[in-house]
Design a protein around this ligand. Structure first.
Ligand SMILES: [Zn+2]
Length: 442
């Protein structure tokens, strides 16, 4: 009896290993070789590809799996660039794609070559099986997500919007992973994300010769600004999707956690309740507040010159549905009238999510894991979803992973020892394939 060796789409973890071995550290990205590899797989399977690039070494790939025309096209997208590994101590080399202890190790294993491998394998499997989904599946493999998307999603949305005509929903990063809380397995599905809103705060004071004593100058003023920012979180806002997340979780767990989750959605008790939910607080806190972290200080040019101007840059993250003025007003209330506050960059994102695909995706997860409790999830960070939202496309973060209770994958994203359980790559591939097959058939 002869058996044919399984093809690459039936070995998604091997596919992921291949993707990881392309060093696509961004900057500079240089995703072309990785994208060429993906193109090779798709074209060998009979799927035509289009490469669209603002810069030749940083292309984006689009392909289309023909559907039956019974539903609008569905976009499935992921990025193959990764964040740097500089200065990190890894147990396995970050671009080797080592398999050890049930994990595939490497930069991008989670964010998000893992998701790309699942999407790619699912599309290739459908193509190999001759399955026609209800609507076309448009697969986009992108460059430059990690450094702002100028070469990737932003470029496609601004220069090639026609390629996405008729699309209403998309699957992208990040969601469908196991979040073990109170003995239950929740599966957050990302339905919205914060908005990037970076600011610069500038203060001024008397400059002069470093030999003379100074008091109340720009350095001291910026120190007061930093201390004021550090004092407390910004005001609480409770969005409908976050309320739904907390209420779904509260209904599934025991006291006292259930009570704490219910207290979270009452603005008067949110901050107190955050202190009662343990390690979850780090993940949940930014779903209730705008965040503005000072990440850069600019000031001083020479050791013996007192600077007359010092500035800090704030990594500002707005809740969906708000604008830069809302954040500036909250900062003004905290800092008073003196410091100058300037907007550096604002990437407007979507407002409240269109939940139309949530039940379908939740159903896929419940079928894959009988104990799954799907919850909507507001991502505290940003993804390429913000660009596609400008075309009216609602992204669902859906890169499903069934994870063991002890594995907190959020801690290894962008950090050393990024890795994904081998089983999770298989789980995600099956779930994405099931979602593509179920889409449009309800
Ligand atoms: Zn990512």
């Amino acid at each position: 009896m002869s058996t044919t060796p399984p093809t690459i789409q039936d070995r998604p973890a091997d596919l992921l290993g291949d993707l990881i071995r392309f060093d696509t550290t961004n900057p500079p990205g240089h995703e072309a070789a990785c994208i060429a590899y993906v193109r090779g797989l798709l074209e060998a399977a009979g799927l035509d590809c289009v490469l669209l690039a603002r810069t030749p070494e940083r292309p984006n790939l689009l392909t289309r799996l023909r559907g039956a025309g019974a539903a609008p096209p569905l976009l499935v997208y992921g990025h193959v660039d990764v964040v740097p590994t500089e200065g990190q101590r890894w147990s396995h080399p970050p671009f080797a794609g080592d398999v050890a202890d049930g994990f595939l190790w490497g930069r991008g294993a989670l964010d998000m070559k893992g998701g790309v491998a699942m999407m790619l394998a699912a599309v290739l499997q459908l193509q190999a099986a001759g399955v026609r989904p209800a609507g076309d599946v448009v697969l986009a493999v992108l460059s430059d997500e990690e450094a702002g998307g100028n070469e990737g999603a932003k470029f496609l949305v601004e220069e090639h919007a026609g390629r996405f005509a008729g699309i209403r929903y998309a699957l992208g990063e990040f969601g469908g992973f196991t979040l073990s809380v109170g003995g239950r397995r929740f599966y957050p599905i990302q339905v919205s994300e914060k908005q990037l809103c970076t600011l610069r705060i500038t203060v001024r004071g008397a400059g002069g010769h470093g030999a003379f004593r100074t008091q109340g100058g720009a350095m001291a003023r910026i120190a007061r600004v930093l201390l004021a920012l550090d004092e407390a979180p910004l005001p609480v806002h409770v969005l409908p999707s976050v309320r739904r997340m907390c209420e779904t979780m509260a209904a599934a767990v025991d006291e006292p956690l259930a009570g704490a989750l219910r207290a979270l959605v009452e603005p008067a008790t949110t901050d107190r309740a955050l202190a009662q939910i343990g390690p979850l607080a780090a993940l949940f806190d930014p779903m209730f507040h705008h965040v503005a972290n000072a990440t850069m200080v600019r000031g001083g040019v020479k050791i013996n010159v007192i600077p007359s101007e010092v500035a800090i840059d704030l990594d500002g993250r707005l809740l969906p549905g708000f604008g830069p003025d809302d954040l500036v007003a909250e900062l003004r209330a905290r800092l008073g009238p003196e410091p100058e506050i300037d907007l550096v960059r604002y990437d407007q994102g979507a407002g409240e999510p269109d939940m139309g695909l949530f039940d379908l995706l939740g159903g896929v997860l419940r079928a894959a894991d009988r104990g799954a409790i799907p919850i909507p999830f507001l991502l505290p960070a940003v993804t390429d979803g913000r660009f596609f939202s400008r075309l009216g496309i609602q992204t669902y973060g859906f890169t499903p992973m069934q994870l063991p209770a002890g594995f907190n994958f959020l801690q290894t994203i962008h950090a050393a020892d990024e890795r994904i359980p081998l089983d999770a790559v298989e789980f995600g591939t099956r779930a994405i394939r099931a979602a593509l097959e179920a889409y449009g058939r309800a």
